[in-house]
Design a protein around this ligand. Structure first.
Ligand SMILES: Cc1ncc(COP(=O)(O)O)c(C=O)c1O
Length: 408
């Protein structure tokens, strides 16, 4: 069979929505400066779908540095991979600053989070090792596991008995040159709950393993200094490899791991997605340095983020919505319903109320459920929250009628 023909019968997890909903439910174009007020299809909307948690994307100090760095270096410099010709003083300075920020002795920049962590996982383990990861891990961890040539096992989401069973199983089969790597997330991005980092770190008393934490959503938003879920939970020291990305609170591209110097040295020479790929443009790295400086300097942004998060959640709960008990700013509203309900909620909120939210259905959540995920930021103001709560009040009867139909 012709390969391209065969692809027609493999529509992907979103099915017909990938193309039928193109430009609206999938691949929508939000326009204007990043912030709570943007344009969608020419209309003004209040946006709850971008991970610019601290409202840093449109910060004037940041945009000034962006312009100056782009004027000085353009977007090509440096060319090549870091290892060959793609290094600069700014890349190295940012690594030192990220290490300090993460309370680790060393850090390594990654040119994209997804490829970076996938490839870090791949490089860390060999055929004698065991990799054990949380079942709700992000796709990049699952793909990293696919690349890894070691034995892999999954533990039930945040279930320490399940993790311990896997640790016992792996430990009983260790050869002299075998090691165990456990991977979880700081914040689970769809539901907003935190990884059980304290409990996992405590298991190190009983079992010998190293812990890698993907803290994409926690980095910049959690902990008194923004250094993430490990600091928030008081166990940053117990995380052996901390992964953060610039794709959320930094509102940029790029990522990093922070760990021990010898591990960074190993990764520099072994992470294939970095060795065989162009490094981040210097202008972007300069911008990341500025963003990091501001994230560290402005704890009040995190306070505002939490104020907005709590106001939004309290309001939604008062209206009768089921807001999942998220421990991070991620605000998930779960209801029973079909894919049709999901698209109707998004469409009615966007068209009739000027409120832009994103929703997901199966396979991201169980069949018959709809999850609307709102991302509050420090840049939202009371009027954005009020407008949004009014909109959710207006659709409440429609949403509960649909749920009632399904549970009847
Ligand atoms: C938990 C998690 N890990 C990794 C990534 C990938 O990071 P990046 O967007 O920097 O490639 C994401 C998404 O951005 C994420 O949500």
């Amino acid at each position: 069979m012709d390969l391209f023909e065969k692809l027609n019968s493999r529509p992907g997890p979103l099915g017909e929505f990938t193309s039928a909903g193109y430009g609206y439910y999938t691949f929508p174009k939000l326009e204007g400066p990043i912030g709570p007020d943007m344009k969608f299809n020419g209309k003004d909307v209040v946006v709850w779908s971008v991970n610019d948690y601290l409202g840093i994307a449109s910060n004037p100090e940041v945009t000034k540095v962006d312009k100056e760095a782009a004027a000085e270096y353009g977007f090509s410099i440096p060319m090549g991979a870091r290892l060959m010709t793609g290094n600069s003083d700014d890349h190295e300075a940012l690594e030192r600053e990220l290490a300090e920020f993460s309370h680790k002795p060393a850090a390594l920049l990654l040119n994209y989070g997804y490829q970076g962590i996938m490839s870090v996982i791949h490089s860390l383990v060999d055929r004698n090792d065991f990799l054990i990861y949380d079942e709700l891990s992000h796709a990049c961890i699952v793909d990293g596991k696919q690349l890894a040539i070691c034995e892999t096992a999954v533990f039930k989401h945040n279930d320490m008995d399940s993790l311990e069973k896997q640790l016992q199983r792996a430990t009983s089969r260790l050869k002299p040159n075998s090691s165990i790597l456990v991977i979880t997330e700081g914040v689970f991005g769809m539901t907003g709950d935190l990884g059980k980092l304290k409990e996992i770190v405590a298991l190190k008393e009983k079992y010998s393993f190293r812990l890698l934490v993907d803290d994409a959503h926690g980095c910049g938003t959690l902990g008194h200094d923004g250094s993430g879920a490990g600091t928030e939970l008081g166990v940053q020291d117990g995380i052996d490899i901390y992964f953060g990305t610039f794709a959320k609170a930094f509102a940029l591209i790029g990522a990093y791991v922070a760990t021990e110097p010898n591990v960074v040295e190993f990764l520099k020479a072994n992470v294939r997605s970095q060795i065989f790929a162009k490094s981040l443009p210097r202008a972007l790295v300069i911008s990341a340095r500025k963003r990091l400086e501001l994230i560290r300097k402005h704890p009040e942004w995190r306070e505002q983020l939490w104020k907005n998060t709590n106001a939004l959640r309290d309001g939604l709960r008062e209206l009768g919505y089921n807001v999942l008990p998220s421990e991070s700013p991620v605000t998930p509203v779960l209801t029973q319903g079909s894919t049709d309900l999901c698209t109707t909620i998004m469409r009615v909120l966007r068209e009739d109320h000027g409120v832009f939210v994103s929703g997901v259905t199966y396979p991201v959540v169980p069949k018959g459920m709809v999850l609307i995920r709102l991302i509050p930021t420090a840049a939202h103001r009371d009027h954005h929250i009020e407008k949004t709560l009014k909109a959710f009040a207006a659709i409440h009867d429609m949403v509960s009628a649909e749920s009632a139909k399904l549970s009847a």
